[in-house]
Design a protein around this ligand. Structure first.
Ligand code: ADP
Ligand code: ZN
Length: 210
C-alpha cells in the first residue's frame, strides 16, 4: 500500500506513521527526517536546507522532489511506503504523479491550530534517534534524556513559538490545498486528531481498512 499522511506540523503524522509501519511493515519516508539528518551530517543537502528549515519555510520543491525520487527507487519501497511530510505543495504532488507513483490512500490528520501551538512548543526530540517527547503530555523519564537510547533531548529550532506560527501559516497557504487535490481523486480520508494518541491510531487503522 502506498500511503500519504497529510496534516499540519505537529498533527502527529510521525507518530501515526510508526503505528502504520508496525501494522503493515512498510517503510516511512519523512522528508523532514532526511533533511535533519543531512543537516546533522553537514552535507551539501543539509547546508542548502538549513536556512529554510530554521525559519519555518519550505525547502525548495526541486530539492525535496529529488530526495523522494531517489528514496522511492530503493528496494524496500517495492511493497509500499508511507510518505510523512511529502508532498507539501501542489507542485510536489504533481511531481509524484509525473513519476508514475500510484497512491492508494491519503490520510489527513486534522488538529486545530491552538492545539498545534501547545504541542509543538512543548515538544522535545532526541538528537540521536529522533524519538519525540512533550514536556507536559509525554515527558521522558529523566528530563533531557531519551528513554529509548539515552541520547540528549532538545527543542527543535523550528519549534520556537514564533517559528511555529510561520509554519502554520505556510501549512494553510501551501499544504492545505492538497486536501482538495486528493479529495478529487477520491483517495482522501479525514481523521480528527484525538487527545489520546491511541485513539487517533484506531481511527487511522480503520481508515486504512475502509
Ligand atoms: P513538521 O511536520 O513537524 O513541520 P518536518 O520534519 O516534516 O516537520 O519538516 C521540517 C522542515 O523540513 C519543514 O519546516 C521544511 O522546512 C522542511 N521540509 C520537510 N518536508 C518538506 C517538503 N515536502 N517540502 C518542503 N520542505 C520540507
Ligand atoms: Zn533517542
Amino acid at each position: 500500500m502506498n500511503l500519504i499522511l497529510l496534516g499540519a506540523p505537529g498533527a502527529g503524522k510521525g507518530t501515526q506513521a510508526e503505528v502504520i509501519c508496525d501494522h503493515l511493515h512498510i517503510p516511512t519516508i519523512s522528508t523532514g527526517n532526511v533533511l535533519r539528518e543531512a543537516l546533522k551530517n553537514g552535507t551539501q543537502l543539509g547546508l542548502k536546507a538549513k536556512s529554510f528549515m530554521d525559519s519555518g519555510a519550505l525547502v525548495p520543491d526541486d530539492v525535496v522532489i529529488g530526495i523522494i525520487k531517489e528514496r522511492l527507487g530503493e528496494d524496500d519501497c517495492k511493497n509500499g511506503f508511507i510518505l510523512d511530510g511529502f508532498p507539501r505543495t501542489v507542485p510536489q504532488a504533481e511531481a509524484l504523479d509525473e513519476m508514475g507513483v500510484v497512491i492508494d490512500k491519503v490520510i489527513d490528520i486534522e488538529v486545530a491550530d491552538e492545539k498545534i501551538m501547545q504541542r509543538l512548543s512543548g515538544r522535545r526530540v532526541c538528537q540521536d534517534c529522533g524519538a519525540s517527547y512533550h514536556v507536559d503530555y509525554k515527558p521522558s523519564q529523566t528530563e533531557g534524556v531519551c528513554d529509548k537510547c539515552g541520547g540528549k533531548t532538545v527543542q527543535r529550532k523550528d519549534d520556537h513559538p514564533d517559528t511555529i506560527k510561520d509554519r502554520l501559516h505556510v501549512y494553510h497557504e501551501q499544504t492545505e490545498p492538497l486536501k482538495d487535490y486528493y479529495a478529487k481523486t477520491g483517495k482522501l480520508t479525514i481523521v480528527e486528531g484525538q487527545e489520546e494518541v491511541s485513539d487517533t491510531s484506531a481511527l487511522v487503522l480503520k481508515a486504512l481498512e475502509a
